[in-house]
Design a protein around this ligand. Structure first.
Ligand code: ZN
Length: 459
């Protein structure tokens, strides 16, 4: 009887040990494999629960300014409201209503990046877990300048380092104050919580002409010339230009943003070729990186010649996010190498740096962008982008004035994308101002202000 009991106890012990090992194995597997993915949804209740059991880490900008920190067990945002709202889409809110750093990098802030042993140790010992601090790539001061450049308008501005992909500023207007989310928690508000810079899909208008021009370069069609009499009829439909350009070549058509030239070029290049180049520039591709969640830009191949002409000048069904538009300008400036957008510069656990940003390539759409680059420099020197020029610097760019399908009554969206050609200042920018009209008159001056602010800071 005694032996039988002992044997049963031994059997139970073995079973428990197996279960315990299995449990540890399971915890290990789940936290190391799925930990990151669980956190990528802001609706994850674990994040909410963690807020009471973990001393969450602080969030800093690249200059070391605290944007969100834990003080006496409470999460505190910076007191300066202008700065707080300028970075609100990037830092995010504490209720999981937005995809900011608080959600996207929760695994670091709540200590889930630490190894499974130390986590289980914390769990067993009942120690309060200390999350890691994170340093973002953004500059809060530059973010304020970018938000200021948008004024009272709706829109977005993104500034990137085109050699590394680091996002130096990304603002979206209207925005929200993470200190007071009551309006949104009650289900109110309009589109303040939407980060237009990352997920806003806009018709690109004339900034898409860079892609059509790239397709022409890739297919040896740079000699194509056209005559612009102010409009052209394609497939029975009139496509108007904003001016009468006369005989015009590819470089002139980019610099002066000639619709007639590119509408005619569409048939010469072909939608298949434009589609191939658009895909190389990451249209129709899901751009999900660990750092950034962004919308998917659209180029739709069509056999209809009118629509094909419209799509070559950035209308028809073409759509793009401001961040992607910035990546295109950045890729052209960076000799055909599009860097993946990055937001996380460093993770610091106590005194130890546990993560440092490593630049990665998102795509290499072209081997040689020197022609496109030259055309963009001309556009700012002599063309529609002249309002983006800054004394003492070489600026390249492309304007866009995008019509909104089904809403021809209101003003168009104003676009400018561009870059500083300077190894010491590898900055690219995208500006969209909703319903502001001409890109050259409205978006280019905003770009100039923000680029000047970035250069002034030293980027
Ligand atoms: Zn024209």
């Amino acid at each position: 009887m005694k032996n039988v009991l002992r044997r049963n106890i031994n059997v139970l012990l073995v079973v428990f040990i197996i279960l315990f090992v299995a449990l540890i194995g399971y915890l290990w597997f789940v936290t190391s494999t799925y930990g990151e993915r669980w956190f990528v949804t802001p609706y994850n209740p674990r994040i909410q629960n963690m807020q009471t059991t973990v001393n969450a880490g602080d969030i800093y900008d690249r200059a070391g300014r605290a944007l969100l920190y834990t003080k006496g067990g409470e999460r505190e945002y910076i007191s300066d409201k202008g700065r707080r709202t300028a970075v609100s889409h990037i830092v995010g809110d504490g209720f999981g209503l937005t995809y900011g750093a608080q959600t996207n990098f929760a695994k670091y802030l709540y200590g889930f990046d630490k190894n499974a042993f130390s986590r289980i140790e914390d769990l067993v010992s009942g120690n309060e877990r200390q999350g890691s601090d994170i340093v973002l790539t953004i500059d809060a001061k530059l973010s304020e300048a970018a938000l200021d450049a948008l004024g009272d308008n709706r829109g977005a501005i993104v500034v990137m380092n085109y050699e590394t992909g680091e996002i130096l500023a990304s603002v979206s207007s209207p925005n929200f104050d993470p200190k007071d989310m009551s309006l949104f928690l009650d289900g109110g508000g309009e589109s303040e919580l939407v980060n237009r810079a990352f997920v806003g899909l806009y018709p690109p208008g004339s900034i898409f002409k860079l892609v059509t021009a790239a397709a022409m370069i890739e297919n040896d069609l740079t000699d194509f010339t056209a005559n612009c009499e102010g409009s052209v009829v394609i497939g029975g439909q009139e496509i108007a230009c904003w001016d009468v350009h006369g005989d015009i070549d590819l470089a002139g058509a980019i610099s002066h943003s000639c619709n007639v030239y590119f509408a005619k070029a569409a048939d010469v290049v072909g939608v298949r070729e434009i589609n191939e180049t658009a895909q190389a520039f990451l249209f129709n591709k899901q751009l999900l990186t660990g750092d950034v969640i962004m919308g998917t830009s659209v180029y739709e191949m069509t056999t209809d010649e009118t629509n094909a002409a419209w799509s070559a000048i950035g209308q028809y069904h073409d759509l793009i996010t401001p961040l992607h538009a910035c990546m295109i300008a950045a890729g052209i400036a960076n000799d055909g190498v599009m860097m993946a957008p990055k937001l996380l510069l460093e993770v610091v656990d106590g005194e130890t740096v546990t993560y440092t940003l490593k630049p990665t390539t998102a795509a290499t759409p072209m081997d040689d962008t020197s022609l496109l680059k030259q055309m963009m420099l001309d556009c700012v020197q002599n063309g529609t982008g002249s309002n983006a020029a800054i004394d003492g610097y070489i600026i390249g760019g492309k304007t866009g004035t995008a019509e909104i399908a089904g809403d021809e009554e209101n003003a168009e969206h104003a676009w400018f994308i561009g870059f500083v050609q300077d190894e010491q200042h590898p900055i690219a920018i995208a500006v969209i101002i909703e319903r502001a009209g001409s890109g050259g008159s409205n978006a280019a001056p905003a770009a100039r202000k923000v680029l000047a602010a970035a250069l002034d800071i030293g980027y």
